[in-house]
Design a protein around this ligand. Structure first.
Ligand code: GLU
Length: 369
């Protein structure tokens, strides 16, 4: 049912509310991922717990909760956290790769594309990416802030179709279940209104950063990008597999549109094109007639100053047609494409000395006008 799944594991799931990372439970989560992995699903883990691992390693030092202290703890803990995941996935013969991100990596289009290519390369080799915020270097301005938000951005980046926000609560409730016995689980959310936001309240746990409020905000970002989201308990038996097969558990936020529609809307509504690619008749036919990507071979000339990741206009430049036919996100800068006009994709590396792949604008990144 779902092909590509981002599993966000909060500190509370990994520690079970204790000060220690719960290794047996981490192994169990890895085992659940293995079942999906073997079923052909792509799994991306967004794991918190670096700071908790750092505290544990240093014997729970009596330190202030300053930003620098947390960064120091994360620097100690991240490698330990990663070592654990590496060992636990190795039990099942699965390789993992670490990706540490900051806000800038997901917000600047150029770096966004670079990060996306890395995820693609890992997934293509069936390596499970394990993502966390780059806490050791990210201070407030460049911090995503919490891993709920980070996991939503990652889910968009990798074009996931399901995001699981696993936490210490079974889902979103009509009241705080810790203080109100009448609280009921909300199985599905289609409208996020002020009442719901008030219900979600503030941060819930002391070890992690997020709470229901950040989960709600993150679920909203992801569902708008065409991704189904479920908030559920990371300790419920076999939770990852049950949610991935569509079983109704926790609180589900169905996607509002398809991921492709959402990306295309972003291209139309996003930044104005900063450059133009003029295409020959063959390229126009490949794009408009056959739904293909744009290759450098079909570009006659380029104008404007654009960087990799910018939006550009694609203009037909033949005798019988001279108009903008599409708009898309370009994978090479104006400098690079100026050297690549008319070039066969196989020659890109020889001309530039490197390559970002065979296409100038991928068909998933362009919208025909
Ligand atoms: N990146 C932090 C860590 O690994 C956690 C952030 C969060 O819990 O949202 O410790």
């Amino acid at each position: 049912m779902y092909q590509r799944i981002v599993v966000k594991l909060g500190t509370s799931v990994l520690t079970g509310g204790t000060p220690h990372l719960n290794r047996p439970h981490m192994v169990e989560l890895a085992r659940q991922c293995k079942v999906l992995y073997e079923g052909g699903h792509d799994i991306i883990i967004c794991s918190s717990g670096a700071i908790a691992a750092g505290r544990e390693r240093l014997g729970f030092p009596d330190v202030t909760a300053s930003v620098t202290t947390k960064q120091m703890l994360a620097a100690v803990g991240q490698s330990r956290l990663m070592l654990m995941w590496e060992q636990f996935f190795e039990i099942y013969g699965i390789d993992v790769g670490q990706i540490l991100l900051t806000r800038a990596d997901v917000e600047s289009r150029g770096r966004y594309l670079n990060a996306r290519e890395t995820f693609r390369a890992l997934l293509a080799r069936r390596i499970v990416p394990i993502v966390n915020e780059n806490d050791a270097v990210a201070t407030d301005e460049i911090k995503v802030g919490d891993n709920d938000n980070l996991s939503a951005l990652v889910a968009i980046l990798v074009e996931a179709d399901l995001l699981l926000l696993l936490t210490d609560q079974p889902g979103l409730f009509t009241a705080d279940p810790r203080s109100n016995p009448d609280a009921e689980l909300i199985p599905e959310v289609r409208h996020i209104d002020a009442t719901l936001k008030a219900l979600a309240g503030g941060s819930g746990t002391t070890l992690g950063v997020g709470g229901m409020a950040t989960k709600l905000a993150s679920a909203d970002i992801a569902r708008r990008a065409g991704i189904d989201v479920v908030i559920a308990s990371g300790r419920a038996p076999n939770i990852i597999n049950r949610l991935a097969s569509g079983e109704a558990m926790g609180t589900k936020f169905p996607a509002l549109e398809t991921p492709l529609e959402s990306r295309k809307q972003w291209i139309l509504a996003g930044p104005k094109p900063t450059g133009t690619l003029y295409l020959d008749a063959g390229a126009v036919h490949a794009l408009a007639g056959n739904g293909r990507s744009l290759l450098p071979a079909g570009i006659v000339r380029v104008s404007g100053e654009f960087q990799r990741g910018d939006t550009v206009a694609l203009v037909a430049d033949s005798a019988d047609l001279r108009q903008e036919i599409a708009r898309g996100i370009v994978r090479y800068s104006h400098d690079e494409l100026a050297q690549l006009t008319g070039c066969q994709s196989a020659e890109i590396e020889a001309r530039l000395g490197y390559t970002y792949g065979s296409v100038a604008v991928h068909r998933n990144d362009l919208i025909l006008l």
